[in-house]
Design a binder for this molecule. Sequence first.
Ligand code: GRG
Length: 309
Amino acid sequence: MTSTKDRERTELQTAQFNLSSYLAERKALVEAALDRSLPVAYPEKIYEAMRYSLLAGGKRLRPILCLATCELAGGTIDAAMPTACALEAIHTMSLIHDDLPAMDNDDYRRGKLTNHKVYGEDIAILAGDGLLARAFECVALETQGVPADRVLQVIVRLGGAVGAAGLVGGQVVDLESEGKPDISLETLNFIHTHKTGALLEACVVCGAILAGAGTAELQKLSRYAQNIGLAFQIIDDILDVTATQEELGKTAGKDLQAQKATFPSIWGLEESKAQAKKLVDDAKAELAAFKEAAIPLSALADFITNRTH
Ligand code: GRG
Protein backbone atom coordinates (compact mmCIF):
# COMPACT_ATOMS: atom_id res chain seq x y z
CA MET A 1 0.00 0.00 0.00
CA THR A 2 1.24 3.51 -0.75
CA SER A 3 0.36 6.35 1.60
CA THR A 4 -0.68 9.86 0.58
CA LYS A 5 2.72 11.03 1.86
CA ASP A 6 4.50 8.54 -0.43
CA ARG A 7 2.44 9.72 -3.38
CA GLU A 8 3.13 13.38 -2.63
CA ARG A 9 6.87 12.71 -2.36
CA THR A 10 6.93 10.85 -5.71
CA GLU A 11 4.87 13.65 -7.32
CA LEU A 12 7.44 16.20 -6.11
CA GLN A 13 10.37 14.07 -7.30
CA THR A 14 8.66 13.69 -10.69
CA ALA A 15 8.30 17.48 -10.97
CA GLN A 16 12.01 17.90 -10.11
CA PHE A 17 13.12 15.15 -12.51
CA ASN A 18 15.08 16.55 -15.46
CA LEU A 19 13.10 14.91 -18.23
CA SER A 20 14.67 16.82 -21.11
CA SER A 21 18.21 15.67 -20.26
CA TYR A 22 16.89 12.12 -19.62
CA LEU A 23 15.18 12.11 -23.03
CA ALA A 24 18.22 13.60 -24.79
CA GLU A 25 20.56 11.02 -23.24
CA ARG A 26 18.26 8.07 -24.03
CA LYS A 27 17.57 9.35 -27.52
CA ALA A 28 21.31 9.50 -28.26
CA LEU A 29 21.74 5.87 -27.10
CA VAL A 30 18.79 4.76 -29.24
CA GLU A 31 19.99 6.68 -32.34
CA ALA A 32 23.42 5.02 -32.11
CA ALA A 33 21.88 1.55 -31.65
CA LEU A 34 19.47 2.07 -34.56
CA ASP A 35 22.34 3.12 -36.79
CA ARG A 36 24.30 -0.02 -35.84
CA SER A 37 21.24 -2.25 -36.24
CA LEU A 38 20.95 -1.70 -39.97
CA PRO A 39 24.27 -1.52 -41.89
CA VAL A 40 24.10 -0.97 -45.65
CA ALA A 41 24.66 -4.09 -47.80
CA TYR A 42 23.76 -5.20 -51.32
CA PRO A 43 21.24 -4.23 -52.74
CA GLU A 44 22.14 -0.81 -51.34
CA LYS A 45 18.96 0.90 -52.57
CA ILE A 46 16.66 -0.94 -50.15
CA TYR A 47 18.97 -0.48 -47.17
CA GLU A 48 19.22 3.23 -47.96
CA ALA A 49 15.42 3.52 -48.17
CA MET A 50 15.02 1.68 -44.85
CA ARG A 51 17.69 3.83 -43.17
CA TYR A 52 16.21 7.03 -44.66
CA SER A 53 13.05 6.62 -42.59
CA LEU A 54 14.51 4.76 -39.60
CA LEU A 55 17.13 7.46 -38.99
CA ALA A 56 14.90 10.44 -39.85
CA GLY A 57 14.55 11.59 -36.24
CA GLY A 58 11.31 11.44 -34.32
CA LYS A 59 10.93 11.51 -30.58
CA ARG A 60 11.96 7.84 -30.12
CA LEU A 61 9.26 7.60 -27.49
CA ARG A 62 8.65 3.88 -28.05
CA PRO A 63 12.23 2.66 -27.55
CA ILE A 64 12.66 5.06 -24.62
CA LEU A 65 9.54 3.59 -22.96
CA CYS A 66 10.87 0.07 -23.47
CA LEU A 67 14.26 0.89 -21.92
CA ALA A 68 12.56 2.70 -19.03
CA THR A 69 10.30 -0.20 -18.06
CA CYS A 70 13.15 -2.70 -18.33
CA GLU A 71 15.14 -0.60 -15.87
CA LEU A 72 12.08 -0.06 -13.66
CA ALA A 73 11.67 -3.84 -13.33
CA GLY A 74 15.35 -4.34 -12.49
CA GLY A 75 16.80 -5.04 -15.97
CA THR A 76 19.49 -3.27 -17.97
CA ILE A 77 19.48 -0.98 -20.99
CA ASP A 78 21.64 -3.47 -22.90
CA ALA A 79 19.11 -6.28 -22.38
CA ALA A 80 16.29 -4.15 -23.81
CA MET A 81 18.10 -2.35 -26.64
CA PRO A 82 17.44 -4.91 -29.44
CA THR A 83 13.72 -4.87 -28.54
CA ALA A 84 13.78 -1.06 -28.32
CA CYS A 85 15.27 -0.91 -31.85
CA ALA A 86 12.70 -3.43 -33.08
CA LEU A 87 9.84 -1.31 -31.71
CA GLU A 88 11.16 1.77 -33.52
CA ALA A 89 11.59 -0.25 -36.73
CA ILE A 90 7.96 -1.46 -36.48
CA HIS A 91 6.74 2.07 -35.75
CA THR A 92 8.74 3.44 -38.70
CA MET A 93 7.44 0.80 -41.11
CA SER A 94 3.88 1.62 -40.08
CA LEU A 95 4.54 5.30 -40.81
CA ILE A 96 6.02 4.50 -44.25
CA HIS A 97 2.97 2.41 -45.18
CA ASP A 98 0.53 4.88 -43.60
CA ASP A 99 1.98 7.69 -45.78
CA LEU A 100 1.52 5.77 -49.07
CA PRO A 101 -0.96 7.08 -51.67
CA ALA A 102 -3.14 4.00 -51.01
CA MET A 103 -3.50 5.07 -47.37
CA ASP A 104 -3.01 8.64 -46.05
CA ASN A 105 -1.10 9.92 -49.10
CA ASP A 106 1.26 12.21 -47.22
CA ASP A 107 4.22 14.13 -48.64
CA TYR A 108 6.01 14.93 -45.37
CA ARG A 109 6.95 12.96 -42.28
CA ARG A 110 9.33 13.91 -39.51
CA GLY A 111 10.04 17.15 -41.40
CA LYS A 112 11.31 15.30 -44.49
CA LEU A 113 9.78 14.03 -47.72
CA THR A 114 8.00 10.72 -47.17
CA ASN A 115 9.73 7.50 -48.21
CA HIS A 116 7.66 6.96 -51.37
CA LYS A 117 8.25 10.57 -52.47
CA VAL A 118 12.01 9.90 -52.44
CA TYR A 119 12.27 6.22 -53.46
CA GLY A 120 8.95 5.52 -55.21
CA GLU A 121 5.98 3.47 -54.02
CA ASP A 122 7.48 0.08 -54.87
CA ILE A 123 10.63 0.60 -52.82
CA ALA A 124 8.67 2.28 -49.97
CA ILE A 125 6.45 -0.81 -49.61
CA LEU A 126 9.51 -3.06 -49.61
CA ALA A 127 11.37 -0.78 -47.16
CA GLY A 128 8.44 -1.18 -44.75
CA ASP A 129 8.44 -4.95 -45.22
CA GLY A 130 12.22 -5.08 -44.72
CA LEU A 131 11.98 -3.09 -41.47
CA LEU A 132 9.21 -5.32 -40.14
CA ALA A 133 11.20 -8.48 -40.81
CA ARG A 134 14.39 -6.94 -39.41
CA ALA A 135 12.55 -6.04 -36.19
CA PHE A 136 11.78 -9.66 -35.34
CA GLU A 137 15.21 -10.84 -36.46
CA CYS A 138 16.82 -8.19 -34.25
CA VAL A 139 14.98 -9.34 -31.07
CA ALA A 140 15.62 -13.04 -31.70
CA LEU A 141 19.25 -12.69 -32.75
CA GLU A 142 20.64 -9.84 -30.72
CA THR A 143 19.03 -10.03 -27.28
CA GLN A 144 21.75 -11.17 -24.89
CA GLY A 145 21.77 -12.27 -21.27
CA VAL A 146 17.99 -12.82 -21.15
CA PRO A 147 16.36 -16.28 -20.73
CA ALA A 148 15.00 -17.59 -24.05
CA ASP A 149 11.41 -17.91 -22.74
CA ARG A 150 11.30 -14.15 -22.06
CA VAL A 151 12.58 -13.40 -25.57
CA LEU A 152 9.87 -15.68 -26.95
CA GLN A 153 7.22 -13.84 -24.92
CA VAL A 154 8.47 -10.54 -26.36
CA ILE A 155 8.20 -11.90 -29.91
CA VAL A 156 4.62 -13.05 -29.19
CA ARG A 157 3.69 -9.60 -27.81
CA LEU A 158 5.24 -7.82 -30.79
CA GLY A 159 3.38 -10.04 -33.27
CA GLY A 160 0.10 -9.38 -31.46
CA ALA A 161 0.68 -5.62 -31.40
CA VAL A 162 1.46 -5.42 -35.14
CA GLY A 163 -1.13 -7.80 -36.60
CA ALA A 164 -4.89 -7.76 -37.14
CA ALA A 165 -5.47 -7.59 -33.37
CA GLY A 166 -3.27 -4.47 -33.19
CA LEU A 167 -1.93 -1.86 -35.62
CA VAL A 168 -3.26 -3.53 -38.76
CA GLY A 169 -6.79 -3.94 -37.31
CA GLY A 170 -6.82 -0.32 -36.12
CA GLN A 171 -5.72 0.89 -39.53
CA VAL A 172 -8.46 -1.13 -41.29
CA VAL A 173 -11.22 0.39 -39.15
CA ASP A 174 -9.61 3.82 -39.66
CA LEU A 175 -9.71 3.34 -43.46
CA GLU A 176 -13.33 2.13 -43.28
CA SER A 177 -14.24 5.22 -41.25
CA GLU A 178 -12.84 7.66 -43.80
CA GLY A 179 -15.38 10.24 -44.93
CA LYS A 180 -17.67 9.31 -42.02
CA PRO A 181 -17.38 12.23 -39.58
CA ASP A 182 -20.22 10.77 -37.48
CA ILE A 183 -18.56 7.52 -36.34
CA SER A 184 -19.21 6.62 -32.70
CA LEU A 185 -16.85 7.27 -29.81
CA GLU A 186 -16.60 3.49 -29.45
CA THR A 187 -15.28 3.14 -33.01
CA LEU A 188 -12.87 6.04 -32.52
CA ASN A 189 -11.59 4.40 -29.34
CA PHE A 190 -11.18 1.08 -31.18
CA ILE A 191 -9.13 2.75 -33.90
CA HIS A 192 -6.75 4.42 -31.50
CA THR A 193 -6.38 1.65 -28.93
CA HIS A 194 -5.33 -0.59 -31.83
CA LYS A 195 -3.53 1.80 -34.19
CA THR A 196 -1.48 3.62 -31.55
CA GLY A 197 -2.17 2.03 -28.16
CA ALA A 198 -1.23 -1.57 -28.98
CA LEU A 199 2.36 -0.73 -29.90
CA LEU A 200 2.82 1.66 -26.97
CA GLU A 201 1.55 -1.09 -24.66
CA ALA A 202 3.98 -3.56 -26.24
CA CYS A 203 6.87 -1.12 -25.61
CA VAL A 204 6.10 -0.91 -21.91
CA VAL A 205 5.23 -4.57 -21.39
CA CYS A 206 8.15 -5.98 -23.42
CA GLY A 207 10.70 -3.93 -21.46
CA ALA A 208 9.30 -5.33 -18.21
CA ILE A 209 9.10 -8.92 -19.55
CA LEU A 210 12.79 -8.81 -20.46
CA ALA A 211 13.56 -7.83 -16.86
CA GLY A 212 11.46 -10.72 -15.51
CA ALA A 213 8.51 -8.72 -14.12
CA GLY A 214 5.61 -10.72 -12.62
CA THR A 215 1.98 -10.78 -13.76
CA ALA A 216 0.74 -8.12 -11.31
CA GLU A 217 3.50 -5.69 -12.36
CA LEU A 218 2.83 -6.37 -16.05
CA GLN A 219 -0.89 -5.65 -15.54
CA LYS A 220 -0.19 -2.30 -13.87
CA LEU A 221 2.25 -1.31 -16.61
CA SER A 222 -0.20 -2.47 -19.24
CA ARG A 223 -2.94 -0.20 -17.85
CA TYR A 224 -0.44 2.68 -17.58
CA ALA A 225 0.36 2.19 -21.28
CA GLN A 226 -3.29 1.92 -22.37
CA ASN A 227 -4.04 5.22 -20.64
CA ILE A 228 -1.06 7.10 -22.04
CA GLY A 229 -1.73 5.57 -25.47
CA LEU A 230 -5.20 7.07 -25.60
CA ALA A 231 -4.04 10.38 -24.09
CA PHE A 232 -1.28 10.47 -26.73
CA GLN A 233 -3.85 10.12 -29.51
CA ILE A 234 -6.20 12.74 -28.05
CA ILE A 235 -3.25 15.17 -27.94
CA ASP A 236 -2.33 14.20 -31.53
CA ASP A 237 -5.88 15.11 -32.63
CA ILE A 238 -5.73 18.38 -30.68
CA LEU A 239 -2.35 19.27 -32.25
CA ASP A 240 -3.73 18.58 -35.73
CA VAL A 241 -6.11 21.50 -35.06
CA THR A 242 -3.81 23.82 -33.11
CA ALA A 243 -0.20 23.26 -34.34
CA THR A 244 1.56 24.36 -37.53
CA GLN A 245 3.23 22.11 -40.14
CA GLU A 246 6.67 23.32 -38.90
CA GLU A 247 5.84 22.27 -35.35
CA LEU A 248 4.44 18.89 -36.42
CA GLY A 249 6.98 17.98 -39.14
CA LYS A 250 4.00 16.73 -41.18
CA THR A 251 0.95 18.25 -42.82
CA ALA A 252 -1.26 20.03 -40.25
CA GLY A 253 -5.06 20.27 -40.37
CA LYS A 254 -5.40 17.02 -42.32
CA ASP A 255 -8.15 15.56 -40.12
CA LEU A 256 -10.37 18.59 -40.59
CA GLN A 257 -9.69 18.60 -44.35
CA ALA A 258 -10.54 14.88 -44.60
CA GLN A 259 -13.68 15.42 -42.46
CA LYS A 260 -12.36 12.80 -40.09
CA ALA A 261 -13.98 12.10 -36.75
CA THR A 262 -11.51 13.05 -34.02
CA PHE A 263 -11.71 13.53 -30.26
CA PRO A 264 -11.98 17.34 -30.66
CA SER A 265 -14.74 16.89 -33.28
CA ILE A 266 -16.74 14.76 -30.81
CA TRP A 267 -15.89 16.46 -27.50
CA GLY A 268 -14.57 19.90 -28.50
CA LEU A 269 -11.06 21.12 -27.64
CA GLU A 270 -11.49 21.86 -23.93
CA GLU A 271 -13.18 18.54 -23.07
CA SER A 272 -10.54 16.70 -25.14
CA LYS A 273 -7.79 18.34 -23.07
CA ALA A 274 -9.61 17.45 -19.83
CA GLN A 275 -10.02 13.80 -20.94
CA ALA A 276 -6.33 13.56 -21.85
CA LYS A 277 -5.39 14.95 -18.44
CA LYS A 278 -7.62 12.43 -16.67
CA LEU A 279 -6.07 9.55 -18.62
CA VAL A 280 -2.58 10.75 -17.68
CA ASP A 281 -3.58 11.02 -14.00
CA ASP A 282 -4.99 7.47 -14.14
CA ALA A 283 -1.81 6.25 -15.86
CA LYS A 284 0.34 7.77 -13.14
CA ALA A 285 -1.83 6.20 -10.42
CA GLU A 286 -0.94 2.75 -11.83
CA LEU A 287 2.72 3.52 -11.09
CA ALA A 288 2.24 4.23 -7.38
CA ALA A 289 3.47 0.80 -6.24
CA PHE A 290 6.79 1.24 -8.08
CA LYS A 291 7.56 4.40 -6.04
CA GLU A 292 10.76 6.29 -7.06
CA ALA A 293 11.66 3.68 -9.70
CA ALA A 294 8.70 4.93 -11.78
CA ILE A 295 9.70 8.60 -11.87
CA PRO A 296 10.86 8.51 -15.54
CA LEU A 297 7.58 6.81 -16.60
CA SER A 298 5.56 9.29 -14.59
CA ALA A 299 7.42 12.26 -16.12
CA LEU A 300 6.96 10.71 -19.59
CA ALA A 301 3.21 10.58 -19.02
CA ASP A 302 3.22 14.33 -18.27
CA PHE A 303 5.40 14.98 -21.32
CA ILE A 304 2.82 13.32 -23.55
CA THR A 305 0.07 15.74 -22.58
CA ASN A 306 2.32 18.80 -22.48
CA ARG A 307 3.95 18.27 -25.89
CA THR A 308 3.49 20.75 -28.74
CA HIS A 309 4.51 18.43 -31.60
C1 GRG B 1 2.19 -2.75 -39.07
C2 GRG B 1 2.19 -4.54 -40.89
C3 GRG B 1 1.86 -3.17 -40.46
C4 GRG B 1 1.28 -2.34 -41.36
C5 GRG B 1 0.99 -0.95 -41.08
C6 GRG B 1 -0.26 1.65 -41.84
C7 GRG B 1 -0.54 0.79 -40.66
C8 GRG B 1 -0.45 -0.67 -40.85
C9 GRG B 1 -0.85 1.28 -39.44
C10 GRG B 1 -0.88 2.72 -39.14
C11 GRG B 1 -0.19 2.97 -37.86
C12 GRG B 1 -0.04 4.45 -37.59
C13 GRG B 1 0.53 5.33 -38.63
C14 GRG B 1 -0.38 4.91 -36.38
C15 GRG B 1 -0.21 6.30 -35.96
C16 GRG B 1 0.79 6.31 -34.86
C17 GRG B 1 1.22 7.69 -34.45
C18 GRG B 1 0.41 8.41 -33.43
C19 GRG B 1 2.32 8.21 -35.00
C20 GRG B 1 3.00 9.40 -34.51
O1 GRG B 1 3.91 8.95 -33.52
P1 GRG B 1 4.99 9.90 -32.87
O2 GRG B 1 4.35 11.23 -32.54
O3 GRG B 1 5.97 10.16 -34.09
O4 GRG B 1 5.68 9.19 -31.77
P2 GRG B 1 7.57 10.26 -34.12
O5 GRG B 1 7.86 10.79 -35.50
O6 GRG B 1 8.01 11.22 -33.03
O7 GRG B 1 8.11 8.88 -33.91
